[in-house]
Design a binder for this molecule. Sequence first.
Ligand code: SF4
Length: 453
Amino acid sequence: MSATTMLRRVSLGAAKSFGVGSGRRCCAEAARATRTEPGPAEPSRLLKQASVYVHWPYCLRRCTYCNFNKYRSRGDSGDSAMAECLQRETETLLGLSRVASITSVFFGGGTPSLAQPSTIAAVLETISRHAHLSDEAEVTIEVNPTPVGMSRLEDFVHAGINRFSIGVQSLRDEDLALLGRDHSSQHALQTVAEARRLCPGRVSLDVMFARPGQSLERWERELAELMSVCDDHVSLYQLTLERGTHIFKQAERGQLTLPAEEVAAAMYQAARRILLQHGFEQYEVSNFARRNAISHHNTNYWKGRQYLGVGPGAHGRFVPLGEGGVVREARTQTLEPDAWMQEVRHRGHGTRRRIPLTHLGLLEEVLAMGLRMTRGITHQHWQLFSSEADLYKVFGSSMDVKELLLSGHLILDDRGLRCSWGGLALLDSLLPTLLLALENQVKSESKEPPCDR
Ligand code: SF4
């Protein structure tokens, strides 16, 4: 598994990095440029429901590896303005989407555990006023295991949170310092214990591997420790060097070295094995659950469901029925918090970019997201978005896809299309072939000449 094929976590916040995979091809881009006609209307039952992602943009300080949309916290004084604007935008986007029911809510960031619990309660109350938010709906908040975050857990539960996602990242203090995290391993352990007391069975741990100087043996030992304290959900992701980050510059100057690609690949495989031994089922590239404690919110992304993105830099995917829209749009909110707040005050929302998804664009997302799940894409799932061409028709006749099927990395059968155990780790390298087959099929439906690559 190389750097280009190793899969990274699709972050809990779609706002951070929601995309259809890296290394896209010229054909798809050309197709976007030439095929801008909207796709067919989505089945009405898909339009009645959505998830909501709420982005809290502030952090206490900058982690050395982070290139997410985040800003230095201004303390509680900035909270009320942000709270007011989050409510206003939630109201506007719910009105635009006309969804009747919100199936899950996710507060991500940034560091949403810096927000006042009253802000979380106010946003949830706004949702409940404009749509049905059942008591069973999953409502998650990302928590940095600092003393500030920990002290608010109980109040978050009173505000309506019923699931915690805790950014543990590592149980080694020296590594936490190197990553610029503002917590210690002791803080992490205390926060996990407290979260488990408050929401038993609904606590997820984020953990990072392939850290500077980390060996496979050290990673395995750390995972064993983690297994003794974790709850029923774990998200793993590989540290990657993002241009412009502090850690990137350190690596460029030779001040630190990341494990070699084959070591990182071995770490991923070791983690899959160890989690399996401890009763976890891998249900997505980076996500593992036992006792069925999967993240329903993220599963909605991977199943291609609608979601509203609220807050600076948040992304959304929904049909704006409220203004007569008939096709799904990819919407991005303004990044910078002050500019975003100004826009929200001025026109009710801070949407900076709206791109109507073409039929091909929507199917590309359904394909790339769906294959991240171990169950893959069932025939029924695909039919929701592609009533004319089933999975066999789209992928069964491509010689290149047949090679992937023969290699054992990909499976197409009565259950649908999915990656094998080995194929899942290589998904990024399988996707270009599948996307090309999809593109040629959609073009042939619309009588356009196939891409000759
Ligand atoms: S807490 Fe999260 S969002 Fe904030 S700087 Fe660290 S990694 Fe980035």
